[in-house]
Design a protein around this ligand. Structure first.
Ligand code: UD1
Ligand code: UDP
Length: 385
């Protein structure tokens, strides 16, 4: 039996962790035992607890309750808490997801204790170091022992940075193993799609009809915290909804909710919050989110995860960022990079509303990434492959 410690903290990590925990429970219960540590980076019930209730994730064994704060303070508190737990639990691997401050904190704590790090979502790059996530993911990758990349682009990025796909066991942080194994989020979308269709009542609650609304999410710091950018984005959403007479479902991240009034001028704030077409709602559960994605005409987002889920469900996506790590979506013609540019967002949405793309090639694996990761961790322990 190998023991792993899994670090989660932000909403998408909690959701991703559901896939690995499910794979362990269903197929590897006698071989892997998992200790879950929640850093407390996200703590509102609709940013955290709702996913445990809905997705069958075991309750965290530890919750550090770190909460919000500056990058340095938040990360430092996490490192201190994670270090103590690692010293006590002595796991075979520390499992980290993605690129948040919780990821970085786990990487620093484990690397110094010489505990092998498994990085899920390795190799993704925006090539934009002004993003805090770009720093987090580069540092985590370069401290890791097993790196699981969801896409060929991610795998190629790792090789360009000096990782060698010919490395053999035993893997260490100086001799890391890199694997292209598909996207763990695809595992979840496939698994929960049917359940969402049966259980979610979100469309009814918000009076939305299939194919007759757009879905939008905005939460990146460089969009929420810069008033000019946030204003251009919300201006564009207002124009799109009125020009095409389409509702926009907008589950709002607490970061954005907290800054909307402050960063939009009063007239625009009034337009987007009191009109009937833009439906601003609190963050929704994962099943509700899947239902919103599956039934939307198209998606407008700056979220990494939502870009991919739009693609999984065959929906085009306007990407409200200057670049994306998920370049496959743009290459397939199912994504348009619009940045926070009013004209590009409005034109991109118009183009997809009039001419939706036909093809969504399978570039995110076969929906069984979590099983591959579990098998690989077990094989590394026994040294058989
Ligand atoms: C974090 C990640 C980002 C990820 C996102 C997923 C980092 C650096 N960023 O961004 O990569 O895409 O999570 O959603 O780790 N807040 C609440 N309640 C909560 C959580 C946050 O009110 O439960 C508010 C607080 O005002 C907080 C702000 O949101 O200061 C930002 O939260 P934080 O976790 O620092 O960053 P995110 O923007 O959520
Ligand atoms: N999500 C959710 N409810 C919401 C918004 C998003 O369940 O109201 C899910 C979404 O389906 C995806 C993940 O959260 O699985 C994406 O997280 P987020 O956009 O916060 O972060 P990112 O992926 O950009 O890091």
């Amino acid at each position: 039996m190998i023991k792993i410690v899994t670090i989660i903290g932000a909403r998408p990590q909690i959701i991703k962790a559901a896939a690995l925990s499910r794979s362990i429970r269903n197929s590897f219960a006698g071989q892997i035992s998992e200790v879950i540590v929640h850093t407390g980076q996200h703590y509102d019930s609709n940013m955290s607890q709702v996913f445990f209730d809905e997705l069958g994730i075991p309750a965290p064994d530890y919750n550090l309750g770190v909460g919000s704060g500056s990058h340095g303070r938040q990360t430092a508190l996490m490192i201190t808490g994670i270090e103590e737990i690692l010293l006590k639990e002595k796991p075979r691997f520390l499992v980290l997801y993605g690129d948040t401050n919780s990821t970085l904190a786990g990487a620093i704590a484990a690397a110094k204790l010489r505990i092998p790090i498994v990085h899920i979502e390795a190799g993704l790059r925006s090539f934009n170091k002004s993003m805090p996530e770009e720093i987090n993911r580069i540092m985590c990758d370069h401290a890791s022992t097993l790196l699981f990349s969801p896409t060929t682009t991610g795998f190629d990025n790792l090789q360009r940075e000096g990782f060698n796909d010919k490395n053999q066991q035993p893997y260490t942080s100086d001799n890391p193993g890199i694997f292209h194994c598909g996207d763990i989020m695809f595992d979840n979308s496939l698994y929960f799609a049917e359940i969402a269709e049966q259980k979610s009542t979100v469309l009814k609650e918000w009076n939305l009809t299939r194919n007759n609304y757009l879905l939008a999410t905005i939460h990146r710091d460089n969009n929420t915290d810069i008033p000019e950018r946030l204003s251009r984005i919300f201006n564009a959403l207002h124009t799109i909804s009125t020009t095409h007479n389409l509702s926009i479902a907008l589950p709002l991240h607490p970061r954005t909710a907290g800054l909307l009034k402050q960063n939009l001028n009063p007239a625009l704030y009034e337009q987007v919050t009191s009109g009937s077409l833009i439906r601003i709602m609190p963050p929704v559960s994962f099943l509700d989110m899947i239902a919103l994605e599956k039934n939307a005409r198209m998606v407008i987002t700056d979220s990494g995860g939502v870009q991919k889920e739009a693609y999984f469900f065959g929906k085009p996506c306007v990407i409200v960022r200057p670049e994306t790590e998920w370049v496959e979506i743009v290459k397939a013609g199912a994504g348009i990079i619009a940045d926070a540019d009013y004209d590009r967002i409005v034109e991109g949405a118009g183009r997809f509303i009039e001419h939706p793309p036909a093809d969504y090639p399978e570039v995110f694996g076969d929906g069984r990434a979590a099983d591959f990761m579990c098998r690989t961790m077990i094989a590394c322990q026994t040294g058989v492959s």
